[in-house]
Design a protein. Structure first.
Length: 397
Protein backbone atom coordinates (compact mmCIF):
# COMPACT_ATOMS: atom_id res chain seq x y z
CA UNK A 1 0.00 0.00 0.00
CA UNK A 2 2.69 2.49 1.02
CA UNK A 3 4.61 1.97 -2.21
CA UNK A 4 1.48 2.58 -4.26
CA UNK A 5 0.74 5.76 -2.30
CA UNK A 6 4.29 6.95 -2.94
CA UNK A 7 3.95 6.22 -6.66
CA UNK A 8 0.63 8.07 -6.85
CA UNK A 9 2.17 11.07 -5.08
CA UNK A 10 5.15 10.93 -7.45
CA UNK A 11 2.88 10.88 -10.52
CA UNK A 12 0.80 13.77 -9.20
CA UNK A 13 3.98 15.72 -8.45
CA UNK A 14 5.31 15.32 -11.99
CA UNK A 15 1.98 16.06 -13.66
CA UNK A 16 1.24 19.02 -11.42
CA UNK A 17 4.66 20.66 -11.79
CA UNK A 18 5.02 20.21 -15.53
CA UNK A 19 1.40 20.54 -16.66
CA UNK A 20 -1.41 21.44 -14.27
CA UNK A 21 0.10 24.50 -12.59
CA UNK A 22 1.37 25.72 -15.96
CA UNK A 23 -1.92 25.39 -17.83
CA UNK A 24 -4.49 26.02 -15.09
CA UNK A 25 -3.48 27.50 -11.75
CA UNK A 26 -0.94 27.11 -8.99
CA UNK A 27 -1.85 25.79 -5.54
CA UNK A 28 0.42 27.19 -2.80
CA UNK A 29 2.75 24.63 -1.18
CA UNK A 30 1.30 21.73 -3.19
CA UNK A 31 4.67 20.86 -4.76
CA UNK A 32 6.22 20.71 -1.30
CA UNK A 33 3.33 18.63 0.05
CA UNK A 34 3.44 16.11 -2.79
CA UNK A 35 7.21 15.87 -2.49
CA UNK A 36 6.98 15.21 1.25
CA UNK A 37 4.26 12.60 0.76
CA UNK A 38 6.27 10.83 -1.96
CA UNK A 39 9.31 10.58 0.30
CA UNK A 40 7.34 9.83 3.49
CA UNK A 41 5.37 6.94 1.99
CA UNK A 42 8.57 5.61 0.46
CA UNK A 43 10.42 5.74 3.79
CA UNK A 44 7.58 3.88 5.54
CA UNK A 45 7.64 1.19 2.86
CA UNK A 46 11.45 0.96 3.08
CA UNK A 47 11.22 0.56 6.86
CA UNK A 48 8.63 -2.23 6.55
CA UNK A 49 10.76 -4.08 3.99
CA UNK A 50 14.11 -3.32 5.66
CA UNK A 51 15.29 -1.91 2.34
CA UNK A 52 19.01 -1.07 2.04
CA UNK A 53 19.56 2.65 1.53
CA UNK A 54 21.82 1.99 -1.45
CA UNK A 55 18.77 0.84 -3.47
CA UNK A 56 18.18 4.47 -4.38
CA UNK A 57 21.76 5.64 -4.70
CA UNK A 58 24.37 5.22 -7.41
CA UNK A 59 27.79 6.66 -8.12
CA UNK A 60 26.14 9.18 -10.46
CA UNK A 61 23.79 10.43 -7.75
CA UNK A 62 26.60 10.67 -5.19
CA UNK A 63 28.63 12.74 -7.66
CA UNK A 64 25.68 15.08 -8.20
CA UNK A 65 25.18 15.40 -4.44
CA UNK A 66 28.85 16.38 -4.20
CA UNK A 67 28.23 18.82 -7.07
CA UNK A 68 25.36 20.43 -5.13
CA UNK A 69 27.26 20.59 -1.84
CA UNK A 70 30.43 22.04 -3.38
CA UNK A 71 28.38 24.54 -5.40
CA UNK A 72 26.66 25.68 -2.21
CA UNK A 73 29.74 26.16 -0.02
CA UNK A 74 32.06 27.52 -2.71
CA UNK A 75 29.30 29.61 -4.19
CA UNK A 76 28.53 31.13 -0.81
CA UNK A 77 32.06 32.51 -0.73
CA UNK A 78 32.20 33.85 -4.28
CA UNK A 79 28.57 34.51 -5.30
CA UNK A 80 27.29 38.09 -5.39
CA UNK A 81 23.76 37.14 -4.29
CA UNK A 82 23.50 34.54 -1.53
CA UNK A 83 19.70 34.37 -1.62
CA UNK A 84 19.72 33.63 -5.33
CA UNK A 85 22.38 30.95 -4.84
CA UNK A 86 20.61 29.20 -1.96
CA UNK A 87 17.27 29.21 -3.82
CA UNK A 88 18.93 27.61 -6.87
CA UNK A 89 20.73 24.98 -4.77
CA UNK A 90 17.52 24.09 -2.93
CA UNK A 91 15.83 23.49 -6.30
CA UNK A 92 18.78 21.32 -7.38
CA UNK A 93 18.50 19.28 -4.19
CA UNK A 94 14.76 18.82 -4.76
CA UNK A 95 15.51 17.46 -8.23
CA UNK A 96 18.11 15.08 -6.75
CA UNK A 97 15.55 13.83 -4.23
CA UNK A 98 13.15 13.25 -7.13
CA UNK A 99 15.82 11.23 -8.96
CA UNK A 100 16.49 9.15 -5.83
CA UNK A 101 12.75 8.50 -5.35
CA UNK A 102 12.40 7.33 -8.96
CA UNK A 103 15.38 5.02 -8.47
CA UNK A 104 13.75 3.46 -5.39
CA UNK A 105 10.42 2.98 -7.17
CA UNK A 106 12.11 1.44 -10.21
CA UNK A 107 14.12 -0.89 -8.00
CA UNK A 108 10.96 -2.15 -6.27
CA UNK A 109 9.09 -2.54 -9.57
CA UNK A 110 12.02 -4.20 -11.33
CA UNK A 111 11.63 -1.84 -14.30
CA UNK A 112 11.27 1.86 -15.20
CA UNK A 113 7.83 1.43 -16.78
CA UNK A 114 5.96 3.45 -14.15
CA UNK A 115 7.98 6.61 -14.73
CA UNK A 116 7.87 6.07 -18.50
CA UNK A 117 4.06 5.72 -18.42
CA UNK A 118 3.63 8.85 -16.31
CA UNK A 119 5.82 10.77 -18.73
CA UNK A 120 3.77 9.56 -21.71
CA UNK A 121 0.62 10.91 -20.02
CA UNK A 122 2.42 14.21 -19.37
CA UNK A 123 3.69 14.53 -22.95
CA UNK A 124 0.30 13.64 -24.45
CA UNK A 125 -1.43 16.20 -22.24
CA UNK A 126 1.06 18.90 -23.27
CA UNK A 127 0.92 17.99 -26.97
CA UNK A 128 -2.89 17.90 -27.25
CA UNK A 129 -3.27 21.11 -25.26
CA UNK A 130 -0.74 22.84 -27.50
CA UNK A 131 -2.36 21.58 -30.72
CA UNK A 132 -5.92 22.60 -29.78
CA UNK A 133 -5.43 25.48 -27.35
CA UNK A 134 -1.82 26.55 -27.83
CA UNK A 135 -0.96 30.26 -27.88
CA UNK A 136 1.40 32.37 -29.94
CA UNK A 137 4.83 32.87 -28.39
CA UNK A 138 7.09 35.63 -29.73
CA UNK A 139 5.64 35.75 -33.22
CA UNK A 140 4.89 32.42 -34.85
CA UNK A 141 6.03 29.85 -32.32
CA UNK A 142 3.15 28.01 -30.63
CA UNK A 143 3.47 27.03 -26.99
CA UNK A 144 1.47 25.50 -24.17
CA UNK A 145 0.78 28.90 -22.57
CA UNK A 146 1.90 32.46 -23.11
CA UNK A 147 4.57 32.03 -20.42
CA UNK A 148 5.82 28.55 -21.41
CA UNK A 149 9.12 28.55 -23.27
CA UNK A 150 8.48 26.56 -26.48
CA UNK A 151 12.05 25.26 -26.39
CA UNK A 152 11.44 23.65 -23.01
CA UNK A 153 8.16 22.22 -24.29
CA UNK A 154 10.02 20.81 -27.29
CA UNK A 155 12.50 19.02 -25.04
CA UNK A 156 9.63 17.52 -23.03
CA UNK A 157 8.05 16.18 -26.22
CA UNK A 158 11.35 14.69 -27.43
CA UNK A 159 11.43 12.72 -24.19
CA UNK A 160 7.82 11.73 -24.81
CA UNK A 161 8.86 10.24 -28.16
CA UNK A 162 11.58 8.25 -26.40
CA UNK A 163 9.11 6.92 -23.83
CA UNK A 164 6.72 5.75 -26.55
CA UNK A 165 9.50 4.04 -28.49
CA UNK A 166 10.79 2.44 -25.29
CA UNK A 167 7.35 0.90 -24.69
CA UNK A 168 6.78 -0.38 -28.24
CA UNK A 169 5.79 -4.05 -28.37
CA UNK A 170 5.85 -5.46 -31.92
CA UNK A 171 3.69 -8.39 -30.83
CA UNK A 172 0.71 -6.07 -30.28
CA UNK A 173 -0.75 -4.20 -33.26
CA UNK A 174 -2.61 -1.74 -31.03
CA UNK A 175 0.65 -0.91 -29.29
CA UNK A 176 2.40 -0.30 -32.63
CA UNK A 177 -0.42 1.97 -33.83
CA UNK A 178 -0.50 3.91 -30.53
CA UNK A 179 3.26 4.29 -30.43
CA UNK A 180 3.56 5.41 -34.06
CA UNK A 181 0.63 7.80 -33.81
CA UNK A 182 1.81 9.26 -30.53
CA UNK A 183 5.37 9.79 -31.77
CA UNK A 184 4.08 11.58 -34.88
CA UNK A 185 1.74 13.76 -32.79
CA UNK A 186 4.70 14.76 -30.63
CA UNK A 187 6.81 15.50 -33.70
CA UNK A 188 4.01 17.61 -35.19
CA UNK A 189 3.72 19.56 -31.93
CA UNK A 190 7.48 20.14 -31.89
CA UNK A 191 7.14 21.66 -35.37
CA UNK A 192 4.46 24.00 -34.00
CA UNK A 193 6.77 25.10 -31.17
CA UNK A 194 9.46 26.14 -33.65
CA UNK A 195 12.12 24.67 -31.38
CA UNK A 196 15.01 23.94 -33.73
CA UNK A 197 17.13 21.81 -31.43
CA UNK A 198 14.11 19.78 -30.32
CA UNK A 199 13.13 19.11 -33.94
CA UNK A 200 16.67 18.03 -34.83
CA UNK A 201 16.88 15.93 -31.65
CA UNK A 202 13.54 14.22 -32.35
CA UNK A 203 14.57 13.51 -35.94
CA UNK A 204 17.90 12.06 -34.84
CA UNK A 205 16.19 9.97 -32.17
CA UNK A 206 13.73 8.50 -34.68
CA UNK A 207 16.49 7.68 -37.18
CA UNK A 208 18.58 6.13 -34.38
CA UNK A 209 15.60 4.06 -33.23
CA UNK A 210 14.82 2.73 -36.70
CA UNK A 211 18.45 1.79 -37.43
CA UNK A 212 19.54 0.40 -34.05
CA UNK A 213 16.42 -0.48 -32.04
CA UNK A 214 13.62 -1.46 -34.42
CA UNK A 215 16.05 -3.28 -36.66
CA UNK A 216 17.42 -5.21 -33.69
CA UNK A 217 13.92 -6.05 -32.45
CA UNK A 218 12.84 -7.40 -35.83
CA UNK A 219 15.78 -9.82 -35.96
CA UNK A 220 14.02 -12.10 -33.49
CA UNK A 221 10.56 -11.74 -35.07
CA UNK A 222 8.89 -14.06 -37.56
CA UNK A 223 8.71 -13.03 -41.22
CA UNK A 224 4.99 -12.22 -41.01
CA UNK A 225 5.53 -10.13 -37.88
CA UNK A 226 8.42 -8.26 -39.51
CA UNK A 227 6.30 -7.53 -42.56
CA UNK A 228 3.37 -6.31 -40.49
CA UNK A 229 5.49 -3.99 -38.36
CA UNK A 230 7.33 -2.54 -41.37
CA UNK A 231 4.03 -1.90 -43.17
CA UNK A 232 2.40 -0.21 -40.17
CA UNK A 233 5.40 1.99 -39.39
CA UNK A 234 5.89 2.87 -43.07
CA UNK A 235 2.24 3.80 -43.56
CA UNK A 236 2.36 6.01 -40.47
CA UNK A 237 5.56 7.72 -41.62
CA UNK A 238 4.37 8.26 -45.21
CA UNK A 239 1.00 9.60 -44.06
CA UNK A 240 2.72 11.98 -41.67
CA UNK A 241 5.11 13.27 -44.34
CA UNK A 242 2.24 13.71 -46.81
CA UNK A 243 0.06 15.72 -44.46
CA UNK A 244 2.78 17.60 -42.60
CA UNK A 245 4.86 18.80 -45.59
CA UNK A 246 2.51 21.71 -46.42
CA UNK A 247 2.38 22.68 -42.74
CA UNK A 248 6.16 22.48 -42.39
CA UNK A 249 6.73 24.61 -45.48
CA UNK A 250 4.64 27.39 -43.97
CA UNK A 251 5.91 27.00 -40.41
CA UNK A 252 8.19 29.19 -38.36
CA UNK A 253 10.28 26.05 -37.84
CA UNK A 254 11.49 26.07 -41.45
CA UNK A 255 12.31 29.77 -41.24
CA UNK A 256 14.24 29.34 -38.00
CA UNK A 257 16.15 26.32 -39.31
CA UNK A 258 17.06 28.13 -42.52
CA UNK A 259 18.17 31.17 -40.56
CA UNK A 260 20.26 28.99 -38.25
CA UNK A 261 22.09 27.22 -41.08
CA UNK A 262 22.63 30.39 -43.11
CA UNK A 263 23.63 32.94 -40.48
CA UNK A 264 23.92 31.06 -37.20
CA UNK A 265 22.71 32.38 -33.84
CA UNK A 266 24.76 35.45 -32.91
CA UNK A 267 23.13 35.86 -29.49
CA UNK A 268 23.88 32.28 -28.43
CA UNK A 269 27.44 32.65 -29.74
CA UNK A 270 27.80 35.79 -27.64
CA UNK A 271 26.52 33.95 -24.57
CA UNK A 272 29.00 31.11 -25.04
CA UNK A 273 31.87 33.58 -25.52
CA UNK A 274 30.86 35.40 -22.35
CA UNK A 275 30.64 32.09 -20.46
CA UNK A 276 34.19 31.28 -21.57
CA UNK A 277 35.38 34.68 -20.34
CA UNK A 278 33.77 34.05 -16.94
CA UNK A 279 35.50 30.67 -16.80
CA UNK A 280 38.89 32.19 -17.61
CA UNK A 281 38.39 34.72 -14.82
CA UNK A 282 37.89 31.89 -12.28
CA UNK A 283 38.82 28.54 -13.86
CA UNK A 284 38.80 26.35 -10.75
CA UNK A 285 35.52 27.32 -9.06
CA UNK A 286 33.70 29.52 -11.58
CA UNK A 287 31.59 32.57 -10.71
CA UNK A 288 29.04 30.77 -8.53
CA UNK A 289 26.16 28.40 -9.21
CA UNK A 290 23.45 30.06 -11.37
CA UNK A 291 25.29 33.38 -11.16
CA UNK A 292 25.77 33.71 -14.91
CA UNK A 293 22.36 35.33 -15.27
CA UNK A 294 23.26 37.93 -12.64
CA UNK A 295 26.56 38.94 -14.26
CA UNK A 296 25.79 38.50 -17.94
CA UNK A 297 25.03 41.45 -20.20
CA UNK A 298 22.17 39.31 -21.54
CA UNK A 299 20.59 39.09 -18.05
CA UNK A 300 19.69 35.44 -18.52
CA UNK A 301 21.32 32.02 -18.31
CA UNK A 302 23.78 30.85 -20.96
CA UNK A 303 21.37 28.42 -22.71
CA UNK A 304 23.96 25.61 -22.60
CA UNK A 305 24.63 22.97 -19.96
CA UNK A 306 28.30 22.95 -20.93
CA UNK A 307 28.78 26.73 -20.92
CA UNK A 308 26.81 27.16 -17.69
CA UNK A 309 28.70 24.44 -15.80
CA UNK A 310 32.05 25.79 -16.95
CA UNK A 311 31.27 29.44 -16.17
CA UNK A 312 29.40 28.94 -12.90
CA UNK A 313 31.16 25.98 -11.25
CA UNK A 314 34.58 25.86 -12.94
CA UNK A 315 36.69 22.77 -13.42
CA UNK A 316 35.63 21.28 -10.08
CA UNK A 317 31.93 21.46 -10.93
CA UNK A 318 32.54 20.23 -14.48
CA UNK A 319 34.39 17.19 -13.13
CA UNK A 320 31.71 16.31 -10.56
CA UNK A 321 28.74 16.87 -12.86
CA UNK A 322 29.99 15.39 -16.12
CA UNK A 323 31.71 12.40 -14.52
CA UNK A 324 28.17 11.12 -13.96
CA UNK A 325 27.56 11.39 -17.71
CA UNK A 326 30.61 9.26 -18.44
CA UNK A 327 29.50 6.64 -15.92
CA UNK A 328 25.98 6.54 -17.40
CA UNK A 329 27.39 6.05 -20.89
CA UNK A 330 29.77 3.27 -19.80
CA UNK A 331 27.07 1.41 -17.88
CA UNK A 332 24.55 1.62 -20.72
CA UNK A 333 27.04 0.39 -23.31
CA UNK A 334 28.00 -2.53 -21.07
CA UNK A 335 24.36 -3.49 -20.68
CA UNK A 336 24.00 -3.41 -24.48
CA UNK A 337 26.96 -5.74 -25.02
CA UNK A 338 26.17 -8.05 -22.09
CA UNK A 339 25.08 -11.26 -23.83
CA UNK A 340 23.96 -12.78 -20.52
CA UNK A 341 20.99 -10.41 -20.54
CA UNK A 342 17.85 -11.04 -22.60
CA UNK A 343 17.52 -9.68 -26.12
CA UNK A 344 14.66 -7.39 -25.06
CA UNK A 345 16.69 -5.82 -22.24
CA UNK A 346 19.58 -5.14 -24.59
CA UNK A 347 17.21 -3.48 -27.08
CA UNK A 348 15.82 -1.37 -24.25
CA UNK A 349 19.38 -0.42 -23.39
CA UNK A 350 19.85 0.80 -26.96
CA UNK A 351 16.81 3.02 -26.44
CA UNK A 352 18.36 4.31 -23.24
CA UNK A 353 21.61 5.09 -25.05
CA UNK A 354 19.59 6.89 -27.72
CA UNK A 355 17.93 9.29 -25.28
CA UNK A 356 21.25 9.78 -23.49
CA UNK A 357 22.90 10.86 -26.75
CA UNK A 358 19.94 13.15 -27.44
CA UNK A 359 20.37 14.70 -23.99
CA UNK A 360 24.02 15.38 -24.80
CA UNK A 361 22.90 17.15 -27.98
CA UNK A 362 20.14 19.11 -26.24
CA UNK A 363 22.66 20.18 -23.62
CA UNK A 364 23.98 22.68 -26.16
CA UNK A 365 20.73 24.63 -25.84
CA UNK A 366 19.25 23.57 -22.49
CA UNK A 367 20.74 23.63 -18.97
CA UNK A 368 19.87 20.18 -17.68
CA UNK A 369 20.61 20.75 -13.99
CA UNK A 370 18.05 23.60 -13.93
CA UNK A 371 15.27 21.50 -15.49
CA UNK A 372 12.90 19.08 -13.78
CA UNK A 373 12.14 17.24 -17.03
CA UNK A 374 15.84 16.65 -17.66
CA UNK A 375 16.13 15.32 -14.11
CA UNK A 376 13.35 12.81 -14.81
CA UNK A 377 15.10 11.64 -17.98
CA UNK A 378 18.39 11.11 -16.15
CA UNK A 379 16.49 9.35 -13.37
CA UNK A 380 15.14 6.87 -15.93
CA UNK A 381 18.63 6.30 -17.36
CA UNK A 382 20.21 5.85 -13.92
CA UNK A 383 17.37 3.59 -12.73
CA UNK A 384 17.59 1.38 -15.83
CA UNK A 385 21.35 0.93 -15.41
CA UNK A 386 20.93 0.17 -11.71
CA UNK A 387 18.57 -2.64 -12.61
CA UNK A 388 20.63 -4.28 -15.34
CA UNK A 389 24.24 -3.17 -15.05
CA UNK A 390 26.43 -5.59 -13.15
CA UNK A 391 29.81 -4.22 -12.10
CA UNK A 392 32.94 -6.28 -12.52
CA UNK A 393 35.65 -6.76 -9.97
CA UNK A 394 38.34 -4.12 -9.98
CA UNK A 395 36.27 -1.92 -12.28
CA UNK A 396 35.68 1.62 -10.98
CA UNK A 397 32.17 1.99 -12.40
Amino acid sequence: MWLNLSKISLALLILYMSYFQVVFFSIPKLVLLLGILTVLFLIIFMYQRSTPINNGFTVEIVLWIAFAVSSLFIGYVIAINHGHLISAIVTLIEYLILIIAICFVSKYDGNIDYTVNVYIILALSCALTTIFWGVDFLGGQISLTATTNPNGLGVLLVTGIFCLLYKMDIDKKINIIFTSSGALIFLYTIILTGSRKSFLAASLLLVYWVLLCLRGTLKKATFSRKTGVIILVSVAAISFIYYITPVFEESVMLYRLTNLFESGDTIRTGMYTEAYDFFISSPLYGIGYKNYELLSVYRTYSHSTYAEALACTGLLGVFLYFSAYIIMAVKTIRVIINKHLSHNVRIQARNILGIFLVMLFLGTGVIHFYEINSSIVFAMIISFNKLYYKSRKLVLF
